[in-house]
Design a protein around this ligand. Sequence first.
Ligand SMILES: CC(C)(COP(=O)(O)OP(=O)(O)OC[C@H]1O[C@@H](n2cnc3c(N)ncnc32)[C@H](O)[C@@H]1OP(=O)(O)O)[C@@H](O)C(=O)NCCC(=O)NCCS
Length: 317
Amino acid sequence: MRIRLCTIDDYPAVVTLLQHYRPSYTIEAMHHEDDQHDPKCKIQRWITEYNGEILAYAMYAQNPHMYHPRKFQIGLLIHPHYDFEDSHISASTLYDHVIAQLQPLDPISAMIFVKDDVIHRYHIDLLKAKGFQEVQRQCSLSLNVPMFDFTSYAGTKEKLLNEGIEIKTFKELEADPNRNHKLYALENEVYQDVPFPEQTTAVNFDYFVQNKLNSPNFLPEAYFVAIHSNEYIGLSSLEARPGEKYLFTSLTGVKRFWRRHGVALAFKLCAISHAKSLGHAAIRTICNTSNKPIYELDKRLGFIPYQVTVLLQKVFH
Ligand SMILES: CC(C)(COP(=O)(O)OP(=O)(O)OC[C@H]1O[C@@H](n2cnc3c(N)ncnc32)[C@H](O)[C@@H]1OP(=O)(O)O)[C@@H](O)C(=O)NCCC(=O)NCCS
């Protein structure tokens, strides 16, 4: 097993490997991730070759939404045919390699997301043996869009209108010259209340534009904004997953003062209606199982959990 740095020439083979886990992943997406990379965030990637084929991809990176110069996220993907405990593609060796490569950077901590399923449970055991501890669980949820029945939610938008709250799409707001800056401020504000494992940090405006508004997954007619007296009070972002039959809800957030008025519920109904009109089979989302407000709302609407991911963290100091 040979581990070497990943170069741009390896991207096509790496994308082929990643597609085993994310079938819609493309080389364009990989280049887009490079283009939008925040230069203050360190990143390093490796591949493992065996008989000339790339069979594993390992990395460390820093997350601009939880930035700390000495805190890292690591990742490892092994070709599914070789992803088992006694494989000659050794997950343990690869984890040791990434952790060793972090040491010159004097890390405080490293975290990693691992699927909690029969195949990947051995990774969790390996990581725990290396000093990682579980800190959070995330649940992937899916809603059957064609089966969704709007009947019991009649009047939701009207109730908001009576309170002076209107929901518009990003596209409908194009006449507002401050739209992008207002959304940038709002995303940073609500991000602070998402229960991330580390303190959230504000991204800069250029990163927001490049990463969010210019993302190939951004749908201007499915990014919903709640407005009260010209103030943006909440947002919810429904995104494309090219090549897939589902759409994906990423961030949903409402300013603290306006919570429990039914704004997030109305966002979800707008998203379902939009997905239905385009003939999508499902809406997927991911939520931290300890984030009761959004988890309760999603379950109430009929989102079904289909996968659990464990977040493990190793503290070095
Ligand atoms: C999650 C969030 C968007 C909910 O927004 P909201 O507009 O207050 O939600 P709604 O008023 O539409 O609530 C709809 C339903 O969700 C559930 N819910 C909402 N907040 C809840 C809470 N604090 N506890 C339990 N259930 C809750 C309830 O079922 C509620 O219906 P009810 O009020 O009739 O009981 C908001 O709490 C928020 O911005 N949190 C911080 C950002 C975040 O964590 N986002 C989710 C991850 S992307």
